[in-house]
Design a protein around this ligand. Structure first.
Ligand code: 5GP
Length: 216
């Protein structure tokens, strides 16, 4: 049965290499009711990325103007570049009855929570070990030793914010971790305060019973 409900703002954070991108792609591919928030960033486009799909790639002045105009739900400096969540797309998706997936860092998760509190669900994905994280980063074959060392240091910093999340998962098996993420989303969708359609539904159930004689 379909009842109206408030959309979930589903934040997925992790250090790079912990599997967040794989899991968010699987979620988007398997569930048409959730759509990705596409961030704006000042970092240069990487090979294989598409403007407007992976990010909106903008220059620093454009970003600053967007921030000054209040166009971001949240924004932060990450690794020397600016990243922000455009407010308009999130509002459009929620108005269309969708849940929204955010691939943002701990600063974004914190700000979004301050902005939208109970609608936000924050999930953090940990690697099973730091050695495994390094192995996954090396397997990409895109980064030099120096870049990998820098990513490992950033990963340790990102992980230190694990306790700012509602759920913390250990990704030692991507399918298992994906199942856990799906279970979280499913349960969060069912929370009573999101099921706004329940108010009318329960009222109609009650009203459908004729009033009985109270003396019987
Ligand atoms: P990358 O440059 O590797 O795509 O992303 C670097 C980091 O920036 C990742 O941890 C990603 O989650 C984070 N990030 C991406 N978009 C946003 C955003 O809009 N806001 C915030 N706060 N972080 C973001």
């Amino acid at each position: 049965m379909h009842l109206d409900r408030r959309g979930v703002l589903f934040v997925l954070s992790s250090p790079s290499g912990a599997g967040k991108t794989t899991i968010s792609k699987k979620m988007l591919a398997s569930d048409p009711a959730i759509a990705l928030s596409i961030s704006a960033t000042t970092r240069p486009m990487r090979p294989g990325e598409t403007d407007g799909v992976d990010y909106h790639f903008v220059d620093v002045d454009t970003f600053k103007k967007m921030a000054a105009d209040g166009e971001f739900l949240e924004w932060a400096h990450v690794f020397g570049h600016r990243y922000g969540t455009p407010r308009a797309r999130v509002e459009e998706l929620l108005a269309a009855g969708k849940d929204v997936l955010f691939d943002i860092d701990w600063q974004g998760a914190q700000q979004l929570y301050q902005e939208a509190g109970p609608d936000v669900v924050r999930v953090f994905i940990l690697p099973p070990t730091m050695a495994e994280l390094e192995r996954r980063l090396r397997a990409r074959k895109t980064d030099s030793d120096e870049v990998i060392a820098a990513r490992m240091a950033r990963a340790a910093n990102e992980i230190s914010h694990w306790d700012g999340y509602d759920y913390v998962l250990i990704n030692d098996d991507v399918e298992g971790c994906f199942d856990e993420v799906k279970a979280i989303l499913r349960a969060e969708r069912l929370k009573r305060r999101r099921q706004i359609g329940l108010i009318g539904f329960a009222r109609d159930l009650i009203r459908s019973v004729p009033e009985a004689d109270p003396t019987l």
